[in-house]
Ligand binder design. Structure first.
Ligand code: 5GP
Ligand code: ZN
Length: 112
């Protein structure tokens, strides 16, 4: 995807602050953090959304890297939230599958 924002981040064409990575995924800080820790985990391969991915390994690797992010950010034991916004009603604004890792404070539930 030539003009996809997160594909461009994967290629290094747009700067980002890397937190962790793996062979298949990249984790970087959200540009507009909604919590003291707000990191995005994305697959290096483009998928439009969770609706578009059927490879369980990709989804699993995203979750495992999210856990590594929580460890690196020292919120593993305090707790954190993983969120995958999907589609319009889900609040998805970037059309490249991503998982939010949020923490560093108590998060209200439901998010609204
Ligand atoms: P969504 O609303 O699609 O679930 O989440 C997209 C997220 O991407 C938002 O939290 C937004 O702040 C973040 N974002 C948008 N553009 C950029 C960018 O250029 N760099 C980074 N690091 N995050 C971005
Ligand atoms: Zn993309």
């Amino acid at each position: 995807m030539d003009d996809c924002l997160f594909c461009r981040i994967v290629r290094g064409e747009i700067p980002s602050t890397k937190v962790a990575d793996s062979a298949t995924c990249l984790a970087f800080r959200d540009i507009a953090p909604k919590a003291p820790v707000h990191v995005l985990v994305i697959p290096r391969t483009h998928y439009d959304s969770a609706n578009d991915v059927s490879d369980a390994a990709v989804v699993g690797e995203m979750v495992l890297l999210a856990k590594e992010v929580a460890r690196a950010e020292r919120i593993l034991d305090a707790g954190y939230r993983m969120v995958i916004n999907t589609g319009v009603d889900g609040g998805q604004t970037v059309g490249h599958l991503h998982l939010h890792v949020l923490g560093g404070r108590g998060l209200k539930w439901p998010p609204g």
